[in-house]
Design a protein. Structure first.
Length: 141
């Protein structure tokens, strides 16, 4: 964006490229280039560097979903497309969701254990919640 007040949010892994406006060659005698801490405070442009990896993975998954009949069960296929299907549940042993732990990961709290137990009983689930509530820990277990 060329707006000076544009609001952008970076996340870990994002890559940006800073470049000086069209006159940088005249000021520095060559195209400006720098790595690390930059002392220039005005006259520069910020470009986000497109990383296609996530997009390519999503495209590949959608293509597989569309053309490969064996990529997932009929139940999941129809459920994802919003078709009316009879609800499926799995039976789990009572202790299945209470003794879950993975070396190197924190123990799950009661809320996380309940979420994992629910996930284990259904072929399609969504775990959601605010940041810092342990969603990644729960699904990693």
């Amino acid at each position: 964006s060329n707006r000076p007040d544009a609001d952008f949010r970076l996340v870990p892994g994002d890559e940006i490229r800073l470049r000086l406006g069209g006159g940088s060659a005249m000021v520095y005698g060559k195209d400006w280039e720098g790595t690390g801490h930059v002392e220039i405070t005005d006259g520069y442009c910020v470009d986000f560097v497109w990383k296609a990896t996530s997009f390519d993975r999503m495209q590949s998954a959608m293509k597989t979903f569309a053309v490969d009949d064996t990529s997932l069960t009929g139940y999941l296929y129809h459920k994802l497309l919003g078709h009316e299907v009879e609800m499926q549940t799995f039976r789990t042993k009572g202790h299945a969701a209470t003794g879950l732990s993975v070396p190197g990961l924190p123990e799950l709290n009661p809320s996380q254990l309940l979420a994992v137990k629910g996930v284990l009983q259904q072929p399609l689930s969504l775990i959601q919640g605010p940041p810092g509530t342990g969603k990644v820990s729960a699904v990693s277990t």
